[in-house]
Design a protein. Sequence first.
Lengths: 271, 270
Amino acid sequence: MADAPARGPVHVDGEVVATKKVGGYRHLTLAAPGVPERFRPGTFVSVSVAGHVTRRALWVHKVRASSAFGPTLDVVVESRGSGTAWLSAQPVGTRVAVTGPLGRPFALPKQAVSCLLIGEGYAAAPLFPLAERLRERGCAVSLVVSAPDEARLLSALEARRSARSVTVLTADGSVGQRGQVADHAEDLVRRSGADVVYAAGPADVLRSAAVAAERTGAWSQVAVEVPTPCGTGLCHGCPLPVVGEDGVDRVVRACTEGPVVRGDRVRWDAL
Amino acid sequence: MVASGCGGTGRELSAYAGPEGLDGLDFVTRSITLDARSGARGPRVAEVPGGLVSAVGLPNPGLEHFLATELPWLVRAGVRVVVSIAGATMGEYADLAGRLGRAPGVVGLEVNVGAPDETSDGLYEVREPYHAASVVAAVRREFASDRPVLAKLRPDVSRVVEGARACHEAGATAVVVGNAVPAALPDGRPGGLSGPALAPIALRCVAAVSRALPAVPVIGCGGVHDVDSARAYLAAGATSVQVGTAMLHDPTTVARLRASLDQPPHQEDA
């Protein structure tokens, strides 16, 4: 028991230890004992918000094994409703209940293969720790970071540390190439020569990445974002339509059987 | 006791069960139907002040798969499994009860006769107490007689006493009061409102049933999230409580309540 890496989620009383506005997002650093140690890229955390029954699921952007506050994790919050607005506004010292890491992580290749990571907006967050893991394994990592505009472009500069190449796409052309992932996905996958495509972002981005991978004969893994009321698998409130290994259509829980699934398994039209 | 539909498959709870683990935990499964159901399309849950409205559509793997995979796991973990059942016809209820009665490890059944949106879920429609009673009677007939059958009622104070009496006379060991109340999602689809907003409504119903039918064990359900809210139900006459929506907010709620409430399991009251 002592030697085995700790698995599964924990529910802990966490604390905001740093908060920083970066473009249109708020980056929160949370001390949540046990969560960073168990984290694997693609898993997420579920956070309680004052005055709300349901919880907010947040992607993990970074974990630090040690800091002045012990192990910490960074989450990226986009203020989209009263819950995320509350979270974004919290000062250092606020206590928040954190549950995590939740869900299934990205599967990592056993060999040092070539990987293309495609992410859009705040949801691209899990690709950054993934890029580091892949690089540690000797994989050649290419990264595509996309956003509607520069303010919502996540950490393209930091990514240069772990990626061989970084492509920036913005819908309004404010930085990098102008365009959407859907218009460039196949070209990007072909040019990267990727064996595996990892994607994180809105459904249309994931779908175009999965389709491009399929066309070029690459595997794909996508981190699907479905609203998750509890995040822990208890409520069955986050339906994710998939095709099972046996070819049977199913609806699984995005929080528990996902969020990361094989791109060719998602029934995109039913999502 | 974990309320139906708020504990996943049960397995997910093991991460939040505390030092005791799942051993001895009273757990009501999400409603199991004869055939697998994929559930409603999303969004299934909407947050409202004081609670949430949900229209999940009873997703479950169907009886066969439940018996083959989920039930044995729960039994091995020491969970006291009460299976919630839902059917489209009386025959389905009877079939479910009969087969679950032969399955090892099923502690009891909970008959879902107060679902907030049975028509949209394609369930047997329970509008009148005698409908509920006939379902309970069919289940009681098929299910091994030494184990409890719970009837879960809608917290409608004008009908709940009548419903509880009818179900008890039909053979229900105890009644669960209440359930999510009929509501609508923002897009107009039917759903059920649950959470803290439900507590005063269900509490009134529990008090009414306990007063009118002192011989009928009542399990309180609705908005329980801490020791005080649980004790309010016990003070109103409930013999035990179920914890539902609070689990979604804090998955450790049941473990904490188990540790701090010295509460006999409902079966001893039967």
